[in-house]
Design a protein around this ligand. Structure first.
Ligand code: ADE
Length: 235
């Protein structure tokens, strides 16, 4: 999969050299290109923002550097219609099913906004050349899209075949079956007077599976009544 990121803080993404995603890059599963938006400015100050038409607080990202950067990426795209994702608190909410959708794309372009946002015409122009989605991590405001892009790449990157060594480990996670995951334990069997639930030491696989499922249901009902209601509705 090819991933392009447009940002005014390219160093932010240096950490994608680490861990599972770093390995996936080294293996060629992920082909990452990070672009400094300021490289597409042509003034002495390398300005990427300006005051908003109509007045109001803050600054807006200018369309020209975006257009020039996106054009170069579209030109290099291995597909006819890549997916352009702009992280934004005004977007649709990022979810595990959406992470699965992203993991099946061939080319994703992330556009990281800063300040009060990007000139609206950039979204319209991008939509004339590609598929465009505005995506929010949740109902809170970040200073810019960079952290949101990191979170999204972490979420969908591990779903790309070959990135996580044992794909079975993905199946029982929180949000995969509409429930939160069950609690996990490892050795020692007693730690600071706290015992591992005895059923996990029983070796009885069916009983262990039933106990884990009960724990998932109980935890989801207690912590996320919204998820529980949706799950119970499906049963
Ligand atoms: N940029 C600023 N806030 C954001 C959010 N909540 N989700 C995604 N991108 C953002």
């Amino acid at each position: 999969m090819r991933i392009d990121i447009v940002t005014i803080f390219p160093q932010f993404f240096d950490i994608l050299d680490l861990s599972l995603l770093g390995k996936a890059r080294a293996q060629g599963i992920i082909d990452l290109h990070v672009h400094d938006l300021r490289d597409a400015t042509h003034d002495r100050h390398r300005a990427v923002d300006d005051t908003p038409y109509g007045g109001g607080a803050g600054m807006v990202m200018k369309p020209e550097p975006w257009g020039e950067t996106l054009d170069a990426i579209f030109e290099a795209s291995p597909v006819d219609s890549p997916l352009v994702v702009f992280p934004s608190p005004a977007g649709t909410t990022f979810t595990q099913p959406y992470a699965h959708e992203l993991s099946r794309e061939s080319h994703i372009i992330f556009g990281c906004g800063r300040y009060e946002g990007i000139d609206q015409r950039v979204f319209e122009y991008a939509a004339s050349r590609a598929r465009v989605q505005l995506v929010s991590l949740g109902d809170y405001v970040l200073n810019g899209g960079e952290v949101a892009v990191m979170a999204m790449i972490e979420a969908f990157g591990r779903l790309i075949p070959g990135v996580v060594g044992n794909p079975e480990s993905l199946v029982e996670e929180s949000h995969e079956q509409g429930l939160l995951e069950y609690p996990s334990y490892t050795k020692p069997a007693v730690w600071r007077d706290r015992e591992v639930p005895s059923i996990l030491l029983s070796g009885h696989h069916a009983n262990i599976a039933a106990w884990r499922h009960e724990q998932q249901v109980e935890r989801t009902q207690r912590v996320r009544p919204d998820l529980y209601a949706a799950w119970a509705n499906e049963q």
